[in-house]
Design a binder for this molecule. Sequence first.
Ligand SMILES: [Zn+2]
Length: 135
Amino acid sequence: MITMDDLFALTKSAANVEDEKRVTLVLDPQISAEEAVRQLVHYFGKEEQKAIKLSLEGQDRGYMLRSDIPFLMTFGTRGVDDSAGASLPGGLSDVTLIKLCCPTAGCPQVLLVTNYDENDPPTCDDHETAMERCK
Ligand SMILES: [Zn+2]
């Protein structure tokens, strides 16, 4: 069973990250680490980013690199018999992430959230402006 601490133990500091876009995955404190892994796998499956910053309860937890994803997925590996006749638990199709962008032109900040309060949206780290759904 993977824990959030296992996940954060794999993250790297910003010095190891070259991406121009600064994408942050805001982890819902309610979700399990397995769910967080599913979100990461889903994200890297769709986007070409090399890394994504993880944030939990307002704290930066470092960057997860694409190259670490295969390693992460081994946490989810189950015995052969366990999966017989069953579909994978919680397929990737049920991962829904909302993409929030900074309204300032050219700002590279992107937030991925599972939910957010439209009346009190998260703000951009650089501009302290309210993030909006990306167009
Ligand atoms: Zn900004």
